[in-house]
Design a protein around this ligand. Structure first.
Ligand SMILES: C[S@@+](CC[C@H](N)C(=O)[O-])C[C@H]1O[C@@H](n2cnc3c(N)ncnc32)[C@H](O)[C@@H]1O
Length: 215
């Protein structure tokens, strides 16, 4: 589901970019570690700030990125034009990723899976394109935020079957991931690192933290 004008304004501004650069990407790297080269995919790349951070901070050698919204892909192309062969952008749908099975060493999701009505199908598709043992880095928006009466008035999201932290963790397990770390803040936002596993029902996360500012 595409963003409305209000959400576009909330995403396409320097504050959002600073938050991604100074807080979210460092947190995901702290939780899941850096890649040792290899190919990364960003789903729902928006205007490409996350893609830029993956190129700069994750250790990935190459990054493919796509978004459902051609306007956002155009913005990302503009932002990333200096990165040459290391980045490839396209218009695409996370429920039908144009890549072969096991194509990627890592997949990054900066707040897009909550835009998908059947969000588990997005997780299954992400799992499909990861190599066995490949790593999924996630920042997500939880039901408490999406269903808040104020935000419901100004933003447009699917409202049925939204997930909280534990619901998303369970969704990861059901779609073939093993959660290795998670964080949540205010019950509204969550971060996960999860690895593709051959099993569909995996052990409890080894690091679920609920302390301090990130709780
Ligand atoms: C909240 S924005 C996040 C954008 C960017 N990742 C960021 O953090 O700034 C959600 C993005 O997901 C995209 N999107 C929504 N549904 C999608 C889908 N099915 N496949 C790919 N992208 C999708 C939207 O167009 C939008 O750019």
């Amino acid at each position: 589901m595409l963003m409305n004008a209000v959400e576009k304004a909330m995403m396409n501004n320097p504050v959002r970019a600073a938050l991604q650069r100074r807080f979210e990407m460092p947190l995901l790297m702290e939780m899941g570690g850096r890649m040792q080269g290899g190919r990364a995919l960003e789903v729902g790349c928006g205007r490409g700030v996350g893609t830029e951070l993956i190129l700069e901070m994750s250790g990935a050698g190459r990054v493919d990125a796509f978004d459902l919204d051609p306007d956002m892909v155009a913005r990302a192309s503009q932002r990333l034009r200096g990165h040459g062969e290391r980045v490839r952008l396209s218009v695409g749908d996370v429920e039908r990723i144009e890549a072969e099975d096991g194509a990627y060493d890592a997949v990054f999701d900066f707040g897009i899976v909550h835009h998908v009505p059947d969000w588990r199908s997005a997780l299954r598709e992400i799992n499909r394109v990861l190599k066995p043992g490949g790593r999924f880095y996630v920042e997500e928006v939880l039901a408490k935020f999406i269903l808040d009466p104020l935000w419901r008035r100004v933003l447009v999201h699917p409202l049925h079957d939204r997930f909280d932290h534990d619901g998303f963790r369970d969704g990861l397990k059901q779609t073939g991931f093993q959660v290795v770390a998670s964080r949540q803040m205010w019950g509204q936002f969550a971060w996960f690192v999860a690895d593709k596993t051959s099993r569909r029902d995996t052990p409890e996360p080894i690091d679920v933290t609920a302390t301090g500012a990130v709780s």
